[in-house]
Design a binder for this molecule. Structure first.
Ligand SMILES: NC(=O)c1ccc[n+]([C@@H]2O[C@H](COP(=O)([O-])OP(=O)(O)OC[C@H]3O[C@@H](n4cnc5c(N)ncnc54)[C@H](OP(=O)(O)O)[C@@H]3O)[C@@H](O)[C@H]2O)c1
Length: 267
């Protein structure tokens, strides 16, 4: 098998929400595979440490301000990014947010914040970038989903709706743009500790419970998404579109203990 199947040299990858967390994990993996990056955050200054890190690898990293809840901001970022880079081969639609609340306490504004950011924002970023990919006849769009794209959790109703929506949107956009050489897939991480969920990981009892539920018996580590994102961004996935790839240690299996702790007679 040729290593060119996973080589991104000469390509530009745009990663939204690259000021921290998974956006940086994903961008780092693409840069290590050879890609130059366009990175975004609502505050361009917040991107400077990551830009310096990527440039130290010998790659370009061009920062832009972007608020995915603002259509004008999306349109301006897309036009300026394309003008600066001259091409956009890969989009990682990663910007997102969460509000953890029992369903009875969710407000109208909570719902709008989550759905506007995670679903409407992802659609319009994809649309504005596809305007360049479609005429080029090539593109790789990777929408970030979640284990909640395929499973339900109390306290995550609006978030799960946004992530289930991303999975469906991925399938529809794959059909829209496949004929133009643009693939659209969803990369769905399981549980990774980041700023968005750090409070959960401070509860040791909960961490033990989480590990027990995950077939691979640990939460995700920063490099666990590398292979999947490079696969979906590269030539290697050329005949894969509309799919959701769960990288979650197996928690989406819904696994639970179905045997008693003490060996007993067969039941
Ligand atoms: N961590 C996990 O276990 C996990 C699992 C599955 C899926 N995910 C998803 O993966 C993505 C990244 O998660 P994370 O854990 O890395 O979260 P995070 O640490 O909170 O980072 C979120 C990123 O999204 C950006 N963002 C938030 N609202 C935005 C807006 N309105 N416009 C533009 N950018 C915005 C933030 O940038 P600024 O604040 O700098 O603008 C930040 O860079 C999210 O979509 C999340 O739902 C996370």
């Amino acid at each position: 098998m040729s290593s060119s199947l996973f080589d991104l040299t000469g390509q530009f990858a745009l990663i939204t929400g690259a000021s921290r967390g998974l956006g940086q994990y994903l961008g780092r993996a693409l840069a290590n595979a050879g890609a130059d990056l366009i990175v975004t955050s609502r505050r361009k200054d917040d991107l400077q440490p990551f830009v310096a890190e990527i440039e130290a690898l010998g790659r370009r990293a061009i920062p832009f301000a972007l608020d995915v809840r603002d259509l004008q901001s999306i349109e301006a970022m897309a036009a300026e990014a394309y003008a600066s880079a001259g091409r956009i081969d890969i989009l990682v639609n990663n910007a997102g947010c969460n509000v953890r609340k029992p369903a009875l306490e969710v407000t109208w504004d909570d719902w709008n914040l989550i759905l506007d950011t995670n679903l409407r924002g992802a659609f319009f970023v994809a649309q504005q970038i596809a305007k360049y990919m479609v005429p080029a006849g090539y593109g790789r769009i990777i929408n970030i989903g979640s284990v909640t794209s395929v499973a339900g959790y109390a306290g995550l109703g609006p978030y799960g709706a946004s992530r289930g929506g991303i999975r469906q949107l991925t399938m529809s956009l794959a059909d829209d743009w496949g004929k133009h050489g643009v693939t659209v897939n969803c990369l769905a991480p399981g549980w990774f500790e980041t700023a968005q969920n750090r409070v959960m990981y401070q509860d040791k009892e909960w961490v033990e419970y989480l590990k027990e539920r995950i077939p691979l018996k640990r939460p995700g580590s920063p490099n666990d998404l590398d292979g999947a994102v490079v696969f979906l961004a590269s030539e290697s996935s050329r005949y894969v579109t509309g799919q959701t790839l769960l990288v979650d240690g197996g928690i989406s299996t819904g696994a639970m203990r179905a045997t008693l702790k003490k060996p007993t007679e067969r039941i």
